[in-house]
Design a protein around this ligand. Structure first.
Ligand SMILES: [Zn+2]
Length: 359
């Protein structure tokens, strides 16, 4: 069975249950051991393997198996650093359970620094749970899903906004599933957007397959944003504490929280004119009904042609465009309504010093 170096005896005195061994097609990781794996999920035009990096940290003590995944969209980098730091910088000597760390799932997209799999622009995050004998994207998804997702008890999948936009750190979760609800609330995010998610997304398909999973959205593509990465690391530590993986750690309360349900006020405000956008309020700003969020102007800045975009209701700017050019119909910002209590808590938290640009 397993070797316990450095005298790390598990509580049962060394006879690990078979359940504590993490197995995948081609290998196993025993309790008290870690493994860095390059796992083949496809082949290139040259016949070389396409391999994803996977780190499995199997704790010396029994507990849940949790996956942390990132870069299902190849240019969404913030989550990669979150997963790498959890896997390689944290002390897991007291870990109860197993962490399955998948920092880069969409390797072809990552290499090209593109959102989609470069082959026919397929979206890996609409291809789960995948299928053998299907498209290239579904075959890759299948290898990832069967080996590293299905064996887990819980999961957190990290994303950023789409290129050209940015968003507050927030959780997306199917809150009708009690374990997903618990995981979402334990992540220490101010904003949780409730919903099942589109078919083929990792979080929806994993949850439907019995692995309760949340998505964490944070910031923008093509960047490492340190403040957001640190907030996400706090969220991971808090979630792992909630499920007993690090029993000496505690669950972190974010100060205020709003859960946006389907019937709550929320909208993507879209441009009704093409032009150049002057955004007045940023990610994480609280805006009042009727307040000007941005203006859209033509190249001549002609004043009688200025289009003014106002907040249709009082709310929080969760997502906002960064690339300041729009066609009619392009999204400008994602605005969600807040209850009076939440507004009060948010305003109280922000009174000492404004850090809105870092949310
Ligand atoms: Zn994404």
């Amino acid at each position: 069975m397993s070797d316990y170096d450095s005298g790390d005896e598990p509580p049962d005195g060394g006879s690990s249950e078979p359940d504590d061994v993490f197995t995948y097609n081609g290998g196993r990781v025993d309790p008290g051991e870690s493994a860095n794996i390059r796992y083949g999920i496809s082949e290139t035009y040259l016949g070389d393997p396409v391999r994803i990096p996977v780190t499995v940290v199997n704790g010396a003590y029994p507990g849940p198996t949790v996956f942390l995944s990132a870069a299902a969209h190849g240019d969404e980098l913030n989550g990669i650093e979150v997963v790498r730091e959890v896997a390689h910088d944290w002390d897991h000597s007291q870990l109860h359970g197993t962490l399955v760390c998948l920092p880069v799932m969409n390797v072809p997209g990552f290499l090209a620094q593109e959102r989609y799999l470069p082959i026919y622009d397929r979206d890996l995050n609409r291809s789960f749970p995948g299928r053998e004998g299907s498209t290239s994207a579904r075959r890759m998804a299948h290898r990832i899903f069967t080996n590293f997702i299905e064996p887990c008890d819980l999961g957190i999948d990290f994303h950023t906004s789409t290129r050209g936009r940015t968003n507050m750190l927030h959780v997306r979760a199917n809150m009708s599933d009690p374990t997903v609800d618990r995981l979402a609330k334990s992540f220490s995010s101010n904003v949780v957007i409730a919903g099942r998610g589109p078919a083929g997304t990792l979080r929806r398909e994993a949850t439907d397959a019995g692995v309760p999973t949340i998505t964490v959205e944070m910031g923008e593509a093509h960047r490492f944003q340190r403040t957001l990465i640190d907030r996400a690391l706090t969220g991971v530590a808090s979630a792992l504490a909630e499920f007993g993986c690090h029993p000496d750690s505690s669950v972190h309360w974010p100060g205020w929280r709003t859960i946006i349900d389907d019937d709550d006020e929320k909208t993507w405000l879209r441009a009704d004119a093409g032009g150049i956008v002057d955004m007045k309020r940023g990610r994480g700003a609280l805006v009042e009904e009727g307040e000007v969020i941005c203006t859209i102007t033509n190249p001549f800045k002609e004043e009688d042609e200025v289009v003014t975009v106002e907040a249709p209701f009082t709310g929080l700017i969760v997502g906002v465009l960064e690339n300041p050019v729009v066609y009619p119909g392009n999204p400008l910002c994602h605005l969600v309504g807040l209850s009076p209590d939440t507004r009060t808590a948010l305003q109280r938290e922000r009174r000492p010093e404004s850090s809105q640009s870092e949310l």
